[in-house]
Design a protein around this ligand. Structure first.
Ligand code: HEM
Length: 501
């Protein structure tokens, strides 16, 4: 078959499947009218999702409205009462796992067990969060080593100019796998390459699979992932490693305490008997940490690099004070780094991961606070801009201010309220309710702060010559990514006070 025919057939299939799911909700919708208008608007949602949401918010005020997407209709709801309704939901009517399954196409990109038996979320929420203190020295050690390799200037040069997002993805994969799998795999270049590729392609492939009729999804994924990405390659390294851990456990040997060990402790017998299934658990944890933390870390570093030298020094002084008061990196010293914490919370407010949050599947009809009844079978979501850019909560909301929350913490008694990991109805990048992100303590309180603190103490950060502002983020179908090719400049601060080397 000619390539043009294949492309035309795929577009026709995509358009047909979008039409089949067109708006039958009885709610108003944005975009052009009629079935053809639905398809055209769905196509537009790929590049201009935020514009469609803005149109709906302006046109329909706080009322629910539908945005056509290539995966069908999504109902947008807003307002504090409706957010409370979603937050309080127990999955019996407003369901989160089904919508996650749908948005990551887990049945194809990982496997259907992730939805049926989500014990990996329990492991992150319980054992992993409890072990954060013991992971800190490991994460710091890996941060020092990996950054000294990644940021080394070329011979004869004083600084290194690096493509930030790509470098961050590899650093996060290595550093977080020190906690997930230990020293041997976190330094295995083949594994790192394969797991990064897997994490990077899951979102992309899931996006495209959602546009296809179900019958085509499995063959399409197998075809695409056999050429690029997919879990097969990282599993080649993961499976023998997990077999050793399982055998050691069976012999009652004392094993190192990694997140991999925690997963083995919680795994049901059929997964212990089939390490391929267990490897998928490690893969989903890796996906959760690599994809999200590299996005948040890159946004934060771009903004830190854009600060004046005096402002950067202000943050360094606070880091040094915190480390001195606690004799090094601990949970308490990291908690004292409020300016770094504030920068990360501002990343959550300003960018988040997506322009919508709290995506859920309605499995029963649901009545909203104003009496509107939403029909079952649809996905709902909450646009984040009205929450995170509400001027009555966040003065000058369009301004990215690294110190926005640390200033508030200096003046208010309730210091926890403005911390990066504190979620409430005004701050939802980690979701809300029973499914709120359990990895935020590992990623936020620990990994990202350790990495950023070490980076600031050991390197002068700046944007490349001639670049005056933080590179604009990139958006695709509602996902918000840092600019993928933009660089930053890092110059080692040799002999400077405050180095933690
Ligand atoms: C900056 C980093 C991160 C961000 C912004 C983030 C964001 C999110 C969001 C928005 C959700 C859905 C919440 C909801 O629907 O209410 C979520 C769920 C989840 N996240 Fe994260 N995440 C981050 C880091 C991590 C890390 C490092 C891990 C694992 C090590 C992780 C593991 C999970 C898991 C397992 C869930 C599903 C929880 C459940 O369904 O009960 N996340 N995350």
């Amino acid at each position: 078959m000619q390539l043009e025919t294949l492309v035309a057939a795929s577009v026709a299939l995509v358009a047909f499947s979008a039409y089949l799911t067109h708006n039958r909700t009885g709610l108003p919708r944005v975009g052009k009218a009629g079935p053809l208008g639905f398809i055209l608007t769905a196509l537009r949602s790929i590049g201009s999702f935020e514009d469609l949401i803005r149109e709906g918010l302006n046109k329909y005020g706080g009322k629910p409205f539908v945005v056509p997407t290539m995966a069908g209709s999504v109902i947008m709801v807003s307002g504090p009462e409706n957010i409370d309704l979603i937050k309080a939901s127990d999955d019996s009517a407003i369901n989160q796992p089904i919508s996650i399954n749908e948005s990551l196409q887990l049945d194809y990109t990982m496997n259907s067990r992730q939805l049926a038996l989500p014990y990996h979320a329990v492991v992150i929420r319980t054992d992993t969060t409890r072990a954060i203190n013991s992971f800190i020295p490991e994460v710091l050690d890996e941060t020092r080593l990996s950054m000294s390799e990644a940021f080394a200037p070329k011979v004869g040069e004083k600084s290194a100019t690096i493509p930030l997002f790509h470098t961050m993805t590899h650093l996060i994969a290595r550093i977080s796998n020190r906690a997930v799998l230990g020293i041997s795999l976190c330094r295995n270049e083949t594994f790192l390459h394969d797991i990064v590729r897997f994490a990077e392609t899951v979102v992309l492939y899931a996006q495209v699979l959602r546009w296809l009729p179900r019958i085509l999804r499995r063959p399409a994924y197998l075809l695409a992932s056999s050429a690029f990405g997919g879990a097969k390659q990282p599993c080649k390294t993961l499976i023998p490693h997990l077999k050793v851990l399982i055998a050691e456990r069976a012999q009652g040997l004392e094993s190192s305490k990694t997140i991999g060990d925690f997963l083995i402790n919680h795994a049901p017998p059929e997964e212990l008997a089939n390490p391929e299934l267990l490897a998928m658990r490690v893969a989903i944890v890796n996906f959760g940490s690599i994809h999200t933390s590299s996005i948040f870390g890159s946004h934060a570093i771009f903004h830190l690099a854009a600060l004046s030298e005096a402002e950067q020094d202000d943050i360094r002084d606070e880091i040094v004070e915190a480390l001195e008061s606690e004799s090094g990196y601990t949970k308490t010293s990291l908690a004292k780094m409020r300016k770094l914490d504030s920068t990360l919370r501002e990343v959550g407010r300003f960018y988040a991961l997506l322009s919508i949050g709290l995506t859920r599947r309605l499995i029963k009809p649901v009545s909203l606070a104003d009496g509107t009844v939403l029909p079952s079978g649809y996905n709902i979501a909450v646009p984040l801009a009205p929450i995170h850019f509400d001027a009555s909560v966040y003065p000058e909301p369009e301004k990215f201010d690294c110190f926005r929350f640390s200033k508030l913490r200096d003046t208010e008694e309730n210091v926890v309220k403005h911390g990066f990991t504190t979620i409430d109805k005004d701050f939802v990048p980690f979701g809300l309710g029973r499914h709120a992100c359990p990895g935020r303590f590992l990623c936020a309180s620990m990994e990202l702060k350790t990495m950023l603190a070490h980076m600031l103490l050991n390197y002068d950060l700046s944007l490349p010559d001639g670049v005056k502002t933080v590179p604009k983020p990139m958006t695709l179908s509602g996902t918000v990514m840092p600019n993928l090719s933009a660089c930053i400049v890092l110059a080692p601060r040799v002999g400077q006070v405050g180095q933690d080397l």
